[in-house]
Design a protein around this ligand. Structure first.
Ligand code: NAP
Length: 364
């Protein structure tokens, strides 16, 4: 059955990885909503996505921005969406952890609401087959223990405005009553086959600091689980889930779950790859209140201020994490369809990042 997917976030880490999976079905067309300054910019961005993309002739693009009314679509593009689109895949988000709350709300909750409005319009016309919403496991915020796919807001607190606004977005999705599946990836790293990534954030930040020998004292707990998935597996999983009508109305933890390694296990793996020295662990609370204030003068250097900023943003993910239950994901993907063990692909991911110099790895 022919399907035209309106995809947001196609130029991002997850969206770009989704394209070959979506287009592998010959009856599927993708209409990407892409931010562009003008028609020429849109054409350049589309051409970059089409390069070496099997089925790329079935990928087209419209200029838009999820924070604008009606996605900022021109009248012609809006008519095209109404006439052609049969499903929605919302992957666009502001993934910075340190945006002011109002801006994170505008981007993430506002963006989700704008896509829901399109969904409602298509549903009223009997055209909407399904919508897929890309969320994050970390809507769980500061929770510990086991987190279920059926849970959203259980009164948890959040580490940052990203988690908070992604959680609020899910609540809006749930209240919409539209035929939606929610996909919650854990921490996404590059391709398990090539290491390639479009974004060097979250896990890449401590990897960069460690491999460059800038920092060997780690404010984290060695036993904390670190849930990581490679982007190629994630894209395959989202595509497989959205191909199954019975997944509508369900949420999926696209995560390593029980198999997630601990911080200490990750350290061992990384040392095995790089031959680097052992880390000294310091309790995150002790670091925050006693060590970090003493290191304040380091901020006066460019590198020091980057390390401080990245530390504030990312280190929170190495002191306390829950275990993500993956029951729905296992049922949809099969027992053998889970995330690959990190030890199988991490050398590829790390070596790619080191070769590229972690370009863009740290904020600022
Ligand atoms: N990466 C992870 O570790 C991770 C983990 C869990 C969940 N997720 C979720 O996965 C999804 C995709 O994340 P990602 O890693 O692919 O992020 P990313 O690489 O930063 O890409 C973000 C994408 O969203 C687009 N975008 C942002 N704001 C937009 C706006 N106002 N209007 C239209 N497009 C906009 C960006 O377009 P431009 O190219 O124009 O900037 C880009 O295509 C997000 O929903 C995120 O919350 C990611």
């Amino acid at each position: 059955m022919s399907d035209t997917v309106l995809l947001t976030g196609a130029t991002g880490q997850v969206g770009a990885a989704l394209l070959p999976h979506l287009l592998s079905a010959p009856e599927t067309r993708v209409l990407a909503l892409i931010r562009a300054k003008n028609a020429e910019h849109l054409a350049t961005r589309l051409a970059e996505l089409r390069r070496d993309l099997p089925g790329g002739d079935r990928l087209d693009a419209v200029a838009g921005d999820v924070t604008l009314p009606d996605l900022g679509l021109s009248a012609t593009d809006r008519a095209r969406v109404d006439a052609d689109v049969t499903s929605l895949l919302h992957s666009a988000a502001a993934v910075s952890f340190d945006l002011p709350e109002a801006e994170a709300m505008r981007q993430n909750v506002g963006g989700t609401e704008a896509m829901l409005a399109i969904g409602r319009r298509l549903a009223e016309r009997g055209r909407l087959r399904r919508m897929d919403h890309v969320s994050t496991c970390y809507i769980a915020g500061r929770r510990t223990g086991r987190v279920l796919e059926t849970e959203i807001d259980v009164g948890q607190s959040f580490r940052n405005t990203y988690e908070q606004t992604k959680c609020r977005s899910e609540l809006r999705v749930q209240a919409s009553g539209l035929p939606i599946s929610v996909h919650r990836p854990s921490i996404v790293v590059g391709s398990s086959k090539t290491g390639a990534t479009r974004a060097f954030n979250v896990l890449y930040w401590p990897l960069k600091i460690y491999t460059r020998g800038w920092w060997r004292t780690f404010p984290g707990r060695p036993e904390t689980p670190v849930d990581v998935v490679p982007v190629d597996w994630l894209a395959h999983a989202i595509a497989k889930i959205r191909a199954q009508p019975e997944t509508i109305g369900k949420t999926f933890h696209l995560a390593a779950g029980e198999a997630a390694p601990s911080v200490a296990e990750m350290e061992k793996l990384i040392r095995g790859i790089t031959g680097g020295p052992a880390l000294r662990y310091v309790h995150p609370g002790f670091y925050r209140y006693f060590v970090r204030p003493l290191l304040w003068p380091l901020r006066l250097t460019r590198r020091g201020s980057r390390i401080f900023r990245g530390g504030n943003v990312y280190l929170a993910y190495f002191g306390q994490n829950p275990v993500f239950d993956t029951s729905n994901a296992r049922a949809a993907l099969g027992q053998a369809g889970g995330a690959p063990p990190v030890a199988e692909y991490f050398e590829t991911v790390l070596k790619y990042a080191m070769e590229k110099g972690f370009a863009g790895a740290t904020p600022g």
